[in-house]
Design a protein around this ligand. Sequence first.
Ligand SMILES: NC(=O)c1ccc[n+]([C@@H]2O[C@H](COP(=O)([O-])OP(=O)(O)OC[C@H]3O[C@@H](n4cnc5c(N)ncnc54)[C@H](OP(=O)(O)O)[C@@H]3O)[C@@H](O)[C@H]2O)c1
Length: 267
Amino acid sequence: MSFKLADRVVLITGASSGIGRACAIEFHRAGCFVVAAARSTDKLDALAMELGPDRAMPLTMDVTDAADRAAGIAAVRKRFGRIDVLINNAGWASFSSVMRMPEEHMHRMIALNLVAPIALTRAVLPEMIERASGQIINVSSVVGHQCIPRMTVYSATKAALTSFTTGLRMELVGSGVDVLLVAPGSTDTPFFEVAASVDVKTVRLAQHQYTPERVAKAVVRSSRRRRREVTLTAAGKLAVVVRRVSHRLADYAMYQYAKQGMPERHV
Ligand SMILES: NC(=O)c1ccc[n+]([C@@H]2O[C@H](COP(=O)([O-])OP(=O)(O)OC[C@H]3O[C@@H](n4cnc5c(N)ncnc54)[C@H](OP(=O)(O)O)[C@@H]3O)[C@@H](O)[C@H]2O)c1
């Protein structure tokens, strides 16, 4: 049975930019009430105006802040009475070798890419389980399947989010709540400009990047079809397949792919 999207309340984190913004537009187009959450109030307000305030709510929320999360969720419940779909999409990366990464970057990635999605999931799950209906959609990454050197800590947070998503799905078997893992490959968003580049000379992007709109369409399609996992871009799918065949080969390929941007020294 498909998941009917009309009139669902969808809370999307990181909706001021890139994939999250595109998801807000696409779920709105599918007939949903969209809550667009992030820190940039001006961008969220502009998006809500574009979509029309009847079915779009801007929500200024730093997802790494527990009080902000609680207040944000309370505001959504006050406006719409429920949350049917949670899309944990907000994310950030520091491109750095392990030894040169500032400790603050390490904590920021863990808080944003891992702790916040777990905390938000815990906040919305009880009502979904009670209704025996809902979806948790976690935006991880292809690097959650196959680590890229100099994105090691970022990849580790995404691998942990991927693992969390898989475990949660197993815990929720029979509950009526779907858990979807989205693993985008290289996508044309401000992500690479916003990321910190500590000691990386160049960030080599895959040649055939997806647009955020294409990712968002895949997320909506997968939500409707209640898919467990979606991996995006041809290069991303290839990386996952190569890893299944041989970890050694996958590591070698990733090292070759990334080595142009690698620092000359390890520490
Ligand atoms: N682009 C890619 O190639 C790619 C590939 C694989 C996976 N991903 C993942 O896809 C997701 C979306 O990335 P994107 O490419 O769309 O990047 P993006 O354009 O940089 O968007 C990141 C979003 O996260 C929000 N955000 C950052 N810190 C936040 C915080 N503390 N609280 C609330 N929101 C916060 C940002 O909004 P504010 O600054 O307004 O808060 C922004 O809306 C991320 O999880 C990323 O890791 C991206």
